[in-house]
Structure formats: structure tokens, C-alpha cells
Design a protein around this ligand. Structure first.
Ligand code: SAH
Length: 370
């Protein structure tokens, strides 16, 4: 029998790529009422129903239209690791053959999911292992909210995602629209309904995007500061060359104006002999004088070929005490999931690097050795 050529398949629309506003526009485009969006969100995110046919408050013709033309696709868990302290790390396969990582951190009374925003990272912070992977592409909204979806599904009744931190792989503010849509879904009462205090975006300091964020999406802000002098920050967080400390602080002040009692969290990785002198701590107090701030000190987590060491326990304690005594609420981030490389800065996934960073680093390494 001669084989009949298959009709070209039209790519289905992934409805997980839309937040409520996007979905409403999609339904209006179909001649439907905008409230179909809230009905659909409830089925997906609250009832866990992904078969359009079971969505009984949608008309039959609409259900069959959706089944034919749309899909609800998330990345898939391909590796699961459980650390001795209860932290889960999931490696997720994306549709383009790359892999990203998501981490679940259970704590007394809450469960925090650390979500990735990009495949790899285009920035080159010298102390971060994701940076060494290079960059492939931005994650779609469905791949970002999909991390919450698959994590909650996998955890089932055992645990609940109560908090999300955009602190996985990538710089979230360089994937602005998709990250904002995903965070809207996290906070939407018809989807996950998390309060804005429980959704945090962490940025290395993409200043123009910080202003845009302040305008469109009211989530908690964390800033990866890591140095109090431009000269050192240029080296550790190279995007500082583009947006130096003065501009960064101004953007933080603007964000803090959003709500009374609002604070910005400043992350500060503790690198032995690099940024951990008591002079640095005094500099931090001075720098944060005009911003309502909290500080989160992060003990450096080593990774293969990193040239930094973590500050001593003693130094971290001194640093913290000095800051607290100056009136800035300062905590030391507990290192979790260390035995499965799930701690801050250790997420690497599997990135088909398009930025050639990998190559550049290798060459630089070869030069250093030579
Ligand atoms: N790109 C965003 C999101 C990453 S969040 C940002 O820079 O904020 C991850 C946090 O862990 C950031 O504060 C980052 O600077 C920090 N980090 C990266 N590598 C680390 C390491 N090896 N040890 C400890 N913290 C690290």
C-alpha cells in the first residue's frame, strides 16, 4: 500500500503560556466571554484537571475546539534527588532538549520552591556555577509556572508549595514578560493564590527592568549585591559595569516606596578575603542607610573549578553582628540540599550553550595554566 502523506501538524497553543489577562484575550478572540479564563485557571491549577473534556462548565463545542487546537504542557521531571535534609532537586527536560533545575526546600510551616527562569544564564557572575554553563534561551511562561505545577503534583499531599523564589537558574529580569506572567499566575486567586509577600524575584541588578517591574508586578524584591564598591562589584557581578551601585540603589529606593513597611532584601555572598572585611560590613551599613533593607548573608557554596572559598564561620558571625547592631535585620541563609548540589549557585541543568561562554572559559583556563 502506498503511504499517504500525513497532513502537516499545526503546533498546538500551550495555554499554560498565558496568565489570566492573556487567557481572557485568547477567549475573546474565539468569540467567548472573558470569564472563561477564570474557569480554565481553576480547572488547571486548583482542580488539577488537564483533560479539556472534563471541564464541564465549558460548552461542548468549546471543549472540543480546545482539545483539537490547544494543549497544557509542562516540562517533565527526568531526575529526582532527595537530600538528607529533605530538600528535593528535580531536573526537568524542556521541549528543546535542554534541562533546568528546580529545588523544593521544606521548612517548619512552609515549603519554598526555587524556580529557574532561563536555560543557563547570560550573565557572568564569577562565583556562580550556573554562569559557567553559558546560555541557551529564555524559558517560556509554561516552563516557569510548569515548575510549580510539576513540583506540587509530585509532592501531592505530603507538602505544599507556600513560597516561590525566582532564584534558580538564570536572571529573571532578562526574561521579563514570561517571568511576570508566571508570577501573576502564582499570585492569582484563581490559580495558586500566593500572597505577594510569598513570591520573591531575585535580580543581579538589571536597573531598567527593576523600574518596569515596580510598575507592573508587586512581588517581593531581592537584590544580589555582593559588594559595596563599584570596583569589586564590577568584577563579581559584571552587569554592575552597565548599572553601577548608585543607579541600583536608586531603583531599590523606588521599589521600596511601593508599600509602607516594605523592605528590599539584599543578598550578599560571603567570599573569604574578597568581600568579607569588617570595612565591607561598615560600607554595607553606609550604602543601605537610605533604603529600607534586610540583608541575607549567603555562605559561598563551592563548585568544581571555582577559585573562591567561603568566609569562616567566625567572620560570617562578626559580619552579621555588626550589621544587626547597626539596626539592619540580617540573617545567614542556611545552606540546604548541599549533598545533592541543590544549594544557591549550584544549579547547572544541562545547557546547550549558545553564548560560547563555555569555550571562552576553557580558553581562559588554558591561558591561566600556560
Ligand atoms: N540571577 C538572579 C537569580 C539567581 S538567585 C540573581 O543574581 O539574583 C541565586 C542567588 O544565589 C543570588 O544571590 C546569587 O548571587 C547567589 N549565588 C550564586 N552563586 C552562588 C554560590 N556559589 N554560593 C552562594 N550563593 C550564590
Amino acid at each position: 500500500m502506498n503511504s499517504v502523506p500525513e497532513p502537516a501538524k499545526v503546533k498546538k497553543i500551550n495555554l499554560l503560556d498565558f496568565d489570566r489577562k492573556g487567557l481572557a484575550a485568547f477567549f475573546v478572540g474565539l468569540g467567548e466571554k472573558p470569564f472563561r479564563a477564570t474557569q480554565l485557571l481553576k480547572w488547571i491549577y486548583q482542580e488539577g484537571v488537564t483533560d479539556f473534556d472534563l471541564m464541564t462548565n465549558l460548552s461542548k463545542p468549546l471543549r472540543s475546539y480546545l482539545a483539537e487546537n490547544c494543549c497544557l504542557e509542562t516540562p517533565e521531571i527526568v531526575v529526582e534527588q532527595l537530600a538528607s535534609d529533605g530538600v528535593y532537586k528535580w531536573v526537568l527536560q524542556t521541549h528543546c532538549g535542554n534541562r533546568v533545575e528546580t529545588v523544593f526546600i521544606p521548612e517548619e510551616g512552609r515549603g519554598t520552591l526555587c524556580v529557574s527562569s532561563q536555560i543557563g544564564c547570560a550573565l557572568a557572575c564569577t562565583f556562580c556555577s550556573t554562569a559557567q554553563q553559558g546560555f541557551n534561551r529564555n524559558l517560556d511562561t509554561s516552563e516557569i509556572i510548569g515548575q510549580v505545577y510539576v513540583a506540587q503534583n509530585r509532592l501531592g499531599k505530603d507538602a505544599k508549595v507556600t513560597n516561590v523564589v525566582m532564584m534558580g537558574m538564570g536572571e529573571p529580569l532578562l526574561n521579563f514578560d514570561n517571568v511576570v506572567a508566571a508570577m501573576n499566575l502564582m499570585m492569582d486567586d484563581f490559580a495558586y493564590g500566593l500572597s505577594k509577600r510569598r513570591v520573591t524575584i531575585s535580580t543581579s541588578g538589571v536597573v531598567p527592568a527593576m523600574y518596569r517591574l515596580t510598575e507592573v508586578c508587586d512581588v517581593s524584591l531581592a537584590v544580589s549585591l555582593h559588594a559595596v564598591r563599584d570596583e569589586l562589584r564590577d568584577e563579581l557581578v559584571p552587569i554592575n559595569k552597565k548599572y553601577p551601585l548608585k543607579e541600583l540603589m536608586e531603583a531599590c529606593r523606588e521599589n521600596a516606596k511601593l508599600a509602607p513597611r516594605r523592605t528590599v532584601t539584599f543578598e550578599y555572598v560571603m567570599l573569604d578575603g574578597v568581600n568579607d572585611s569588617l570595612e565591607d560590613a561598615h560600607g554595607l551599613v553606609e550604602l543601605l542607610k537610605t533604603v529600607p533593607a534586610k540583608i541575607n548573608l549567603i555562605p559561598f557554596n563551592p563548585f568544581p573549578n571555582s577559585s573562591y572559598r567561603c568566609s569562616s564561620k567566625n567572620r560570617i558571625h562578626q559580619f552579621k553582628t555588626l550589621l544587626n547592631d547597626a539596626g539592619i535585620v540580617t540573617t545567614v541563609r542556611k545552606t540546604r540540599g548541599e549533598d545533592i548540589d541543590a544549594a544557591c549557585g549550584q544549579l547547572v541543568g544541562q545547557v546547550k550553550d549558545k553564548s560560547r561562554r563555555h569555550l571562552k572559559l576553557k580558553l581562559a583556563g588554558a591561558e591561566n595554566v600556560a
